[in-house]
Design a protein. Sequence first.
Length: 140
Amino acid sequence: MQDIGESGVAVGRAGPRRFAGGATAQIYSGLRAPFVQGAPIIGSAGLIGSDVGWIPGMNRRREPGPAAVSEFSDRAGRVERSPVPASNPWQQEVAAMAACVLDGAAPVVALRQSRAFLKSSLALRESARPGKLVALQDGR
């Protein structure tokens, strides 16, 4: 599913993703959606979530904000909390790239993973047009 804006550009997209091991995910992104940070992970053993999402230390995209707390809640109701220190993800990205280029450090995300993410994003886009699922295959 995708939402097309007045200019003909996609402003939102949603779709399912099924992984090789049988896990599934529902993915949504959109330029007009309310700014919400987070990606709760729900599984048979419990729920993983965070009070701030994936940008601890950033409040509303630009302003400095607090550190985050990641939580795992199991089926019995027990909660395990882990602090996530505040950091600016864009500064971290530039620092990681500089370390790779200047110091020969290993990339944080392997090229194989970057390519897999791009394939997944393109398949989501492709499947939104006709409204049918697109299968990802190795080597595609």
